[in-house]
Design a protein around this ligand. Structure first.
Ligand code: ZN
Ligand code: MN
Length: 143
């Protein structure tokens, strides 16, 4: 539930001595409610009318604070700008080659792959990531 997640996140910020400013709360709440995996620029565009004095640097600083506290995850895909995800459940992404949309999906956890990789390579495996690529529903309709 988004409201509950926001409440927990705010408690965690307070517990770490981070001051809750209206901007900070707006960025966090936008990230928790959105399904779009926005970039820092997209977050800025969504909030600039509400907070005309806020800079992109403020967004970046806040994203770093949230990330360091484990409230959001940063997704990097090659050269493109990082995207941010407040969905902390284990899930995977389907990425549209045409419009760049990133959609969540859930499947059985692939942690057994980590064990296989560790066994074969001798790595102490810390995490894994998996995404599928293709054409999203709306791009299939508008080709
Ligand atoms: Zn698409
Ligand atoms: Mn996601």
């Amino acid at each position: 539930m988004p409201g509950q997640q926001l409440k927990i996140a705010i408690e965690k910020l307070k517990g770490s001595g981070v001051r809750i400013t209206p901007q900070r709360q707006a960025i966090l709440s936008f990230l928790i409610e959105t399904m779009t995996h926005p970039t820092a620029d997209e977050i800025y565009k969504m909030l600039e009318t509400k907070f005309p004095n806020m800079s992109v640097a403020t967004i970046y600083n806040n994203l770093k604070v949230f990330k360091d506290l484990g409230l959001i995850k940063e997704l990097t895909y090659g050269d493109a700008s990082s995207r941010f995800d407040a969905n902390l459940q284990t899930h995977y992404h389907a990425i549209c080659d045409r419009c760049g949309k990133i959609e969540d999906f859930y499947t059985e956890n692939l942690s057994n792959v980590e064990q296989v990789a560790a066994k074969i390579t001798g790595f102490k495996v810390a995490s894994h990531r998996m995404e599928v690529y293709g054409t999203c529903r709306s791009c299939q309709l508008n080709h």
